[in-house]
Write a new protein. Sequence first.
Length: 257
Amino acid sequence: MQQQTFQQKTALIIGGSSGMGKATAQLLLSYGARVIIASKSQESVTAAVKELSAFGAVEGKTVHLANASNVEAFINELDTLGPIHYLVNAAGFFAPKPFLDSTPDDYDAFLDINRGFFFITQAVARKMKAIGGGAIVNIGSYWATRAVKATPTATYSMAKAGLQAFTQQVGMELAADHIRVNAIAPGVVETGVLDELAGSPEDAKEVYKTLHAMHPLGRNGRAEEIAATIAFLLSDDAAWITGAVWDVDGGMGAGRN
């Protein structure tokens, strides 16, 4: 991959303080990019910036995607950040719940994230258009288009399917402005996303062990593997790819064990 692609360029990573977003931030920093990470928790942003600063020039911002006024304030702040060449929409969470038990609050918790993504992406795309182009990657999900009975995720799947459809539509609309928009659809990736759901990081590790066998390749994914795919899609090596949703799922897109 053309690592020089990222040198002296700026990447904004929404959800960059943990998991796949943080791994992507670390990789892009190692390639010479300036990285701005954003998350809703000031504590997590501060900790991530401290850790990531060992790899390069990183800044931290806070934004609560489900809070419309907070998103608007963040968008206004974008004007102070200079040119943005890359955007990664990586924020999210996973909370299986049966459809018949789901509440309006459950629905809003997932779909409001997409609203935040929508308008932040719009603002960043305008900045990209002004500098002649850019690249955007959204993190979707295997569960956006496929169902797993053991993990009922109607609200989550609806949100991720919408994000992937958004990727294709916006990829088409922004192509003439030299802005590429792609997405990845991960399978099970071992991050901290299950810690609270399982009860503790130790309990989450036990849950993850039970999920290896779902994947034809025999194991769950790692955050750095997702980061490598995101970096490729952002890079000049992917210059002829837009509006695509890539399965990065250990083979589950072909079929589950």
